[in-house]
Design a protein around this ligand. Sequence first.
Ligand SMILES: C[S@@+](CC[C@H](N)C(=O)[O-])C[C@H]1O[C@@H](n2cnc3c(N)ncnc32)[C@H](O)[C@@H]1O
Length: 206
Amino acid sequence: MATARPARFWDRFAGRYAARAIKDPAAYDAMLADVAGRLRPTDRVLEIGCGTGSIAIRLAPHAREWTATDFSPEMLRLARAKPAPKNLRFVLDDAASAFDGGPFDAICAFQVLHLVEDLPGVLSRIHANLKPGGLLMSKTWCFADMGLKLRGLFLVLRTVGLFPTANALTKTSLREAVRDAGFEIVDERVYGADPHGPYLVARKPV
Ligand SMILES: C[S@@+](CC[C@H](N)C(=O)[O-])C[C@H]1O[C@@H](n2cnc3c(N)ncnc32)[C@H](O)[C@@H]1O
């Protein structure tokens, strides 16, 4: 497992992440309902950057198999401590290499693509490890679309270790990166009031 951006930040932050309240439960539920609606009971799903496993635990019953991966041992320790469906397994791995068992019918990446060191490389591996027609379902923080003041605040938080290193994506550059990896974007939505975290569904062409 090779990783350039260390998991240390997430190991330290895992307890707080697990304890935090979902900001907008209705928007969160609506997004997960959309993901569930795109899954078939025969699907084998890979999730990268699964965190403490909340999404995997909710959505695994909609698929045949769900492999949830994350590079933070502490995030995974918390995930594994939760009651989980039998078809779900948690695996410690970096998003750059977490593709054992592919090709998959769907790959999920919630709040993680802005964190990976080599976004084009990760997207092209996601594409290579999906079946033709397979879906990438993602939600990604597009930091560079925010106003100057907020961007400045996050840079300060990062400098003092309260925020991880993140890619300066805009919605436009995110779409471009997804298309450059060979995907067609089939849906893009914003769930909730924050326009900077688009939910994107992309298909590997048949
Ligand atoms: C903001 S949390 C999102 C967790 C979960 N997907 C969710 O939506 O609640 C980001 C997660 O991505 C993981 N992560 C960050 N960079 C990663 C990488 N390069 N490989 C694998 N996991 C990574 C972190 O450990 C953390 O658990």
